[in-house]
Design a protein around this ligand. Structure first.
Ligand code: IDP
Ligand code: MG
Length: 142
């Protein structure tokens, strides 16, 4: 297995709930290392650019408004199989369908406010890491 990097975001709902540390602890106890991080209050343009793949979806406008409703914590996670591992720890997009013990089951309220983002594959991980950490070429999926 190869060491991968993936982009994770703790969304405004989870930051407001004061559970950054609890979510970081899930990463750390499951073999994912935080190798870059920064807190940011995204602009509409930054959030819209990040979610551009969802531009035509009916929920796009609400998603962007939610993502700019407060600060977010953005991190690069490193580890074997980290992309799939992080998705597993996150749980299903809709917290009501997320497995018990996952981040979304434990910390999220709804499909709109669902606590975390995680890259869904090697290509998106590469693009998303470069989007928020353009200076860290070492983490661009190599
Ligand atoms: P993911 O975050 O689990 O990868 P995506 O399908 O990539 O899910 O959707 C991105 C984000 O858009 C979700 O995390 C969620 O916040 C929001 N979203 C997805 N589907 C819906 C929906 O049907 N209604 C409202 N918001 C949605
Ligand atoms: Mg996604």
């Amino acid at each position: 297995m190869t060491v991968e990097h993936t982009l994770s975001i703790i969304k405004p709902d989870a930051v407001a709930k004061n559970v950054i540390g609890k979510i970081y602890s899930r990463f750390e106890t499951n073999g994912l290392k935080i190798v870059a991080s920064r807190m940011a209050w995204l602009s509409e343009q930054e959030a819209g650019g990040f979610y551009v793949v969802h531009k035509e979806r009916p929920f796009f406008k609400d998603l962007v408004q939610f993502m700019i409703s407060g600060p977010v914590m953005i991190q690069v996670l490193e580890g074997e199989n980290s992309i799939a591992k992080n998705r597993e720890l996150m749980g299903a997009t809709d917290p009501k369908k997320a497995e018990a013990g996952t981040i979304r089951a434990d910390f999220a309220e709804s499909i709109d406010a669902n606590a975390v983002h995680g890259s869904d594959g090697p290509d998106t991980a590469k693009v998303e890491i470069a989007y928020f950490f353009p200076e860290l070429s070492v983490f661009r999926g190599r």
